[in-house]
Design a protein. Structure first.
Length: 251
């Protein structure tokens, strides 16, 4: 029986991480990082299927050992989104969820929020953000910041502190609508329609994506919109050795 709007989660995982080689296999409390992410994502109530997409046989074997389905992808994929697209070509799906393989604190309700909004509003692409209240996080280039418009669409993503605070203090802003707005950090999870994902893959990398090393900027630079939903989330992605140590303490 065919599923209408088949919803598929794909977790891209590559071995050759620049800052933490072999990152998906690094253990936190006896489990590899990729397993923490997979088990959290697998609790989604709205998904129809879930896969890990990797270019590495060691990651594949480890994923199979804890019960995950795996799709092998080309080592030449230059981003997680390209790896997701390559996987989608072989497994299908209508609404595709890209859950970054270094987000061990991701929650299934966050995934389901995006799935439900994608079905309801037919966005091309959507993602999540949460509040920044810590000045160190605001200034940290490993924390990606996002500025959104009054309709909830991304204006820009950056590793730099945006918006710039002239008085140097983290604070709440007021828009003309009277609604409180905050400084937001991006959460590493994306949802796209299959049609838009294919369109994205066929757009060449632009100046902004290369400058910031942020693949979502290809979308904005070419005039498309990304819906950004705000959620409460105190987790973080594992980008550095410091992040790994912090995650070990928390988990």
């Amino acid at each position: 029986m065919n599923v209408i709007n088949k919803k598929v989660i794909i977790i891209p995982a590559r071995y050759a991480s620049t800052r933490l080689p072999g990152k998906p296999l690094l253990e936190i409390k006896g489990k590899p990082l990729i397993q923490w992410v997979y088990e959290a994502a697998a609790r989604s109530q709205l998904k129809d299927d879930i896969y890990i997409a990797t270019d590495d046989s060691t990651i594949r074997d480890k994923a199979i050992s804890f019960g995950a389905k795996v799709v092998m992808t080309d080592k030449l994929c230059s981003s997680g989104t390209e790896r997701v697209y390559e996987a989608v070509k072989s497994i299908g799906g209508d609404i595709i969820m890209n859950v970054q393989g270094d987000e061990p604190f991701i929650r299934p309700d966050m995934i389901d929020l995006l799935f439900s909004e994608m079905e309801r509003h037919k966005y091309d692409m959507s993602t999540l953000c949460t509040f920044i209240t810590d000045e160190h996080e605001y200034k940290d280039p490993n924390t990606v910041k996002v500025v959104i418009d009054i309709h909830g669409f991304a204006i820009y993503f950056s590793r730099s502190p945006i918006p710039y605070l002239r008085d140097g203090k983290l604070q709440i802003f007021k828009r003309s609508s009277g609604k409180d707005t905050f400084i937001y950090k991006h959460i590493g999870i994306y949802s796209y329609t299959k049609d838009f994902l294919e369109k994205y893959i066929n757009i060449p990398k632009g100046f902004l994506e290369n400058a910031e090393s942020l693949e979502q900027l290809r979308v904005l630079e070419n005039g498309f919109k990304i819906k950004v939903l705000i959620t409460d989330y105190d987790g973080f992605g594992i980008d550095t050795e410091e992040d790994l140590k912090k995650a070990m303490k928390i988990l």
